[in-house]
Design a protein around this ligand. Structure first.
Ligand SMILES: Nc1ncnc2c1ncn2[C@@H]1O[C@H](COP(=O)(O)OP(=O)(O)OP(=O)(O)O)[C@@H](O)[C@H]1O
Ligand SMILES: [Mg+2]
Length: 342
């Protein structure tokens, strides 16, 4: 670990962060913290304000109100930031005529690191062969990998990646997962955004979910998943319910069947067999986290259609349980006022 990295703990704090574009409130009094040593997923449907939040965190746009800090400092106040914070926002901004290698060399010069690091990184992200090709001809997945290499050029303590799984094939997603988990295990702070829970669910330890620019949930994936449940439709729900309860499982009636709190559907099937009840249908239910995310994306289906819809979360976030055991952040924490960037 480099000396620069030792000097930074990598704690990210978002407090009362707000961004308005004219009448549109893209980010609305957002509060959350991101800890080092784990991968944090910043999730929300299209247009929910993820990129806008990350752009404020990286000092690319000025917040209307609130603060986004890294170890208590704004990005622009960090000396030689490439060696502290690596970032990749939407993998498109490479000079199309420049090779991947040359692109990284330019960055290496800015970050003050040796050219040797460039080849090491190209190897690390799995595109050594493409290094001499013009980046304009890269596939989406190759651009993502090059973006990741660029983010890592200064061996940063903090990694901020906007939709890094976008455009990756399943193998690429698996590779990204182990790569990011490895970086977090080295004690780095890894913050990744995604509009698809399924892409990152197995990668992240902690999630922050936003919609309409507001936080609606934060917690570990395990906490937000909730207890596993199964749906069962049978020949005799009353009898099955009694048998399941006798086996100390929690049972609730559901339309057309029962919802059972059980780790495995096998348990439910075995109990039904012993009770002499025929099973017509038995399946694991979606987890709370999947339900939660599905509801959010459903209700925000056409975000880009009109400004009204983009801001149209007037009914407020859906009815959610408070994130249990999550790092406590008061939902209504006051914004700390407009911040002067210049
Ligand atoms: N520069 C801008 N000017 C005006 N409106 C903007 C600007 N940037 C973003 N917006 C709007 O702010 C809202 C949030 O956009 P943002 O790009 O942050 O969403 P996102 O969560 O990153 O979405 P996606 O999943 O599609 O990447 C959208 O309604 C978007 O149209
Ligand atoms: Mg975005």
């Amino acid at each position: 670990m480099s000396r620069t990295r030792d000097a930074w703990t990598g704690q990210i704090e978002i407090r009362g962060l707000t961004k308005r574009f004219g009448d549109l409130t893209a980010v609305d009094r957002l509060d959350f913290s991101v800890q080092p040593g784990q991968v944090t997923g910043f999730l929300g449907p299209n247009g929910s304000g993820k990129t806008t939040t990350l752009r404020m965190l990286l000092g690319l746009i000025r917040p209307t109100a609130g603060t986004a800090t890294i170890d208590g400092r704004r990005y622009r106040d960090i000396p030689n930031p490439l060696t502290v914070v690596g970032s990749a926002l939407e993998a498109t901004n490479f000079h199309p005529g420049r090779s991947g290698r040359d692109h990284l060399r330019v960055l290496a010069a800015v970050a003050g690191v040796s050219d040797g690091r460039v080849d090491e990184l190209l190897e690390l992200v799995g595109i050594p062969a493409a290094a001499r090709q013009r980046a304009g001809g890269y596939s989406m997945g190759m651009r993502q990998r090059l973006g990741l290499a660029a983010a890592l050029i200064g061996d940063p303590q903090i990694l901020i990646l906007d939709e890094p799984a976008n455009g990756l094939d399943p193998e690429g997603i698996r590779w990204l997962r182990s790569f990011l988990r490895h970086l977090a295990s080295e004690g780095r702070t890894v913050l990744i955004s995604s509009h698809m829970l399924s892409e990152v669910e197995q990668t992240v330890d902690e999630v922050v979910i936003i919609t309409g620019g507001r936080r609606v949930a934060q917690g570990t994936v395990t906490e937000l998943r909730g207890e596993p449940t199964a749906f069962v439709r049978s020949s005799d729900p009353a009898r099955l319910s009694a048998a399941l309860t006798a086996a100390r499982l929690r049972v609730e009636p559901a339309p057309g069947g029962l919802i059972v709190t059980a780790e495995r559907t096998d348990t439910v099937g075995d109990i039904a067999l012993s009770a002499g009840v025929a099973i017509y249908e038995l399946r694991q239910e979606q987890t709370h986290l999947e339900d939660l995310f599905f509801n959010l994306t459903e209700s925000n289906g056409n975000l880009d259609a009109t400004d009204d819809e983009a801001t149209g979360h007037g009914g407020g976030p859906p009815d959610l349980p408070p994130p249990t055991g999550a790092p406590a952040i008061p939902a209504g924490a006051p914004a700390s006022g407009a911040e002067e960037l210049r």
